[in-house]
Design a protein around this ligand. Structure first.
Ligand code: HEM
Ligand SMILES: *[C@@H]1O[C@H](CO)[C@@H](O)[C@H](O)[C@H]1NC(C)=O
Ligand SMILES: *[C@@H]1O[C@H](CO)[C@@H](O)[C@H](O)[C@H]1NC(C)=O
Ligand SMILES: *[C@@H]1O[C@H](CO)[C@@H](O)[C@H](O)[C@H]1NC(C)=O
Ligand SMILES: *[C@@H]1O[C@H](CO)[C@@H](O)[C@H](O)[C@H]1NC(C)=O
Ligand SMILES: *[C@@H]1O[C@H](CO)[C@@H](O)[C@H](O)[C@H]1NC(C)=O
Ligand SMILES: *[C@@H]1O[C@H](CO)[C@@H](O)[C@H](O)[C@H]1NC(C)=O
Length: 536
């Protein structure tokens, strides 16, 4: 009779004892390791917030106000005031998960390069992203990532990233959405919408060999020509946007991300998969021989991938991953460039003069190539300065796979190494790092392309990430964005914003650009402008 109670009790006690013992030994081991590496604690990001709940609540509020990215800057600012010391690295919790937030170039370099093998994207990110993206370069770690990277690498060699004839066709479609009135000005138009359509059109042509033509569909005089793929192109774009937004929302839930994966979300994922599968199946069904010379000449990403794999699921995954990587990013950069050009008429005038000098006029353009775009210094400075102030991926993270150390930021003087346990996350905010006054000077918050004159950058400037997982599409993006800017500034000599929230307070705005943060960041309220035709 007694043993009925005794055995389970003994068992329970043994179980508890075992857990306490393993907890204590692992705690002691961590402390010893930390001591051996001269590690000190990182300062808490917020005081009296042991579970990180207040940060989550504030994050949701800031997200509603479209200032989530700025919120992290405010948090670090507040912590600096509280501690009377400006630390570069803080620690906090997200429910049962400890995470660090850093804006220290040395720490970011350690995570992304020096100790690359100690950090992974992790199961949370993979679990959260893969219903939409499947297996691909954005969800994979280790061997699988190496496989994806090797598969994609050859597709981004220099000649292939500079198909400017393809780009010109899509720019022409964009200009059709900017008709002129008799006074030479366009009506008020949201450039951001046009840029998002432009980049999905050019990305789909580059990837599948056939554009979605979302720009044409939206023109007032568009008449459906019976090509049914166009319509589902729009449906795809909408589902793709919604699914991304859900993933971004869900990631704030940490290990409970799956709670955000609603039926609607799964439906959207299915729409995206079906859409991509059309192209994959079509490509797989084509005979491998007997292509005409003309067909061979045009570079198509999917065709090239077919030489490495014919697995339809793998092909779908990689295509969706590149679609995600390549579309919103470039459109967002272009949108922010025009926000800043509108706010800074002198920069607009100088950039325009430089473009006319290097590349001629709109109707008589010359020498616009991959190399000449790269050599146009002021154009590059304007793009670099935009990516400094509004990096498209403003906050990013990795999870430690083994106990490890980041080199600095700990202790009262902020100089000691910090111990990171396996399973912990290190987040870094490129956005806040790019605005550090001790690095960029007292005018760090101002848009000033000329600061790039003669400037050499290291890990303190990181819009495209660094190390082995550096953005594979950097040249593609800068060539595409540069080309679009050149053609638009050749075509238009005047730029005037109308009714934008980012205009100064006296003009009815907030005075800063509200940011929509999905997986990437873009202006939250569009870029509404009128443009004036150039008299040549
Ligand atoms: C202004 C435009 C762009 C910016 C600012 C940008 C930025 C980034 C950043 C920050 C990452 C790292 C993400 C992470 O670590 O979680 C990344 C990765 C990547 N980007 Fe870009 N990107 C841009 C355009 C593009 C384009 C146009 C493409 C392709 C057509 C592309 C393809 C990729 C790929 C495949 C990766 C994953 C690399 C890997 O994990 O090995 N990106 N990009
Ligand atoms: C501009 O808007 C007005 C009023 O809606 C319209 O009548 C006019 O045709 C538009 N101009 C152009 C060039 O589209
Ligand atoms: C994401 O969260 C915000 C606020 O927390 C909410 O307004 C929005 O509807 C959510 N979006 C999706 C797609 O779940
Ligand atoms: C840190 O990064 C992880 C993984 O990307 C993300 O889920 C989490 O929300 C980030 N934390 C903050 C406070 O942004
Ligand atoms: C936190 O909780 C989640 C599920 O609630 C679990 O999967 C995860 O392993 C936990 N993480 C840690 C570091 O304990
Ligand atoms: C074209 O641009 C390249 C690179 O900037 C330059 O070296 C070359 O002189 C230019 N050619 C002409 C004809 O302007
Ligand atoms: C612009 O930024 C890139 C890094 O994204 C850097 O390699 C390049 O040197 C910068 N360009 C100029 C003109 O400073």
């Amino acid at each position: 009779m007694q043993s009925y109670i005794l055995y389970p009790l003994c068992f329970l006690a043994a179980f508890l004892l075992y857990n306490v013992a393993t907890f204590i030994t692992s705690e002691l081991r961590h402390r010893k390791n930390a001591r051996l590496n001269n590690c000190e604690k990182a300062t808490p990001l917020k005081s009296n917030d042991p579970l990180g709940i207040r940060i989550i609540v504030d994050m949701l509020k800031a997200d509603k106000e479209r200032r989530l990215v700025m919120y992290f800057e405010d948090l670090m600012e507040a912590a600096a005031k509280r501690e009377k010391f400006r630390h570069s690295t803080y620690e906090s919790r997200l429910l049962n998960l400890s995470w660090k937030l850093t804006i220290e170039p040395e720490n970011v370099k350690t995570v992304l390069a020096t100790k690359f093998k100690d950090f992974v994207l992790g199961d949370l990110r993979r679990g959260n992203f893969s219903p939409l993206l499947g297996n691909g370069i954005f969800t994979n770690d280790d061997k699988q990532w190496e496989h994806s990277r090797a598969l994609l690498r050859p597709q981004f060699v220099r000649e292939q990233v500079s198909d400017l004839e393809l780009e010109e066709r899509h720019v022409q479609n964009l200009l059709r959405a900017l008709p002129l009135n008799n006074d030479g000005w366009t009506n008020v138009t949201d450039l951001q919408k046009l840029f998002f359509r432009l980049t999905i059109d050019s990305a789909s042509e580059f990837l599948f060999g056939k554009s979605i033509e979302s720009q044409l569909v939206e023109l007032p005089d568009y008449a459906p020509s019976g090509e049914e793929m166009k319509l589902s192109g729009q449906t795809f774009a909408n589902s793709f946007d919604r699914a991304q937004r859900v993933i971004a929302n869900s990631s704030t839930l940490g290990g409970l991300y799956w709670l955000g994966h609603t039926r609607e979300f799964k439906k959207d994922c299915k729409v995206c998969h079906d859409f991509i599968d059309q192209y994959v199946h079509e490509a797989l069904a084509r005979p491998t021989t007997g292509k005409s010379e003309a067909e061979k000449q045009k570079y198509v990403f999917l065709e090239a991938l077919l030489e490495s794999t014919r697995d339809p699921i793998e092909l779908r995954g990689e295509l969706l991953n590149i679609m995600l990587a390549g579309r919103d990013t470039t459109a967002s950069l272009l949108s922010f460039v025009f926000v800043y050009l509108e706010q800074h008429p002198k920069v607009f005038a100088k950039l325009r003069a430089t473009i006319i000098e290097d590349f001629g006029t709109y109707s008589d353009p010359r020498n616009i190539t991959f190399t000449s775009l790269k050599n146009c210094a002021y154009l590059q400075w304007c793009m670099n300065e935009t990516l400094r102030l509004q990096p498209v991926v403003p906050i990013d993270a990795r999870t430690a796979v083994r106990d490890t150390v980041i080199p600095t930021g700990g202790g009262p003087d902020g100089r000691s190494p910090i111990y990171i346990r396996a399973g912990e996350e290190v987040n870094w905010s490129v956005y806040v790092m790019h605005r550090r006054k001790d690095i960029w000077g007292p005018d760090a918050d101002s848009f000033n392309p000329s600061r790039w004159n003669g400037r050499k950058v290291g890990w303190e400037y990181l819009p495209f990430n660094g190390g082995p997982r550096i953005c594979i599409g950097q040249q593609f993006a800068l060539t595409e964005a540069g080309y679009v800017i050149v053609r638009l500034l050749q075509r238009f000599e005047g730029l005037s914003g109308v009714g934008n929230t980012w205009e100064p307070v006296e003009k009815g705005g907030f005075g800063f650009v509200r940011q929509a943060l999905s997986l990437t960041m873009a202006p939250a309220d569009g870029v509404k402008v009128r443009l004036k035709e150039a008299r040549e």
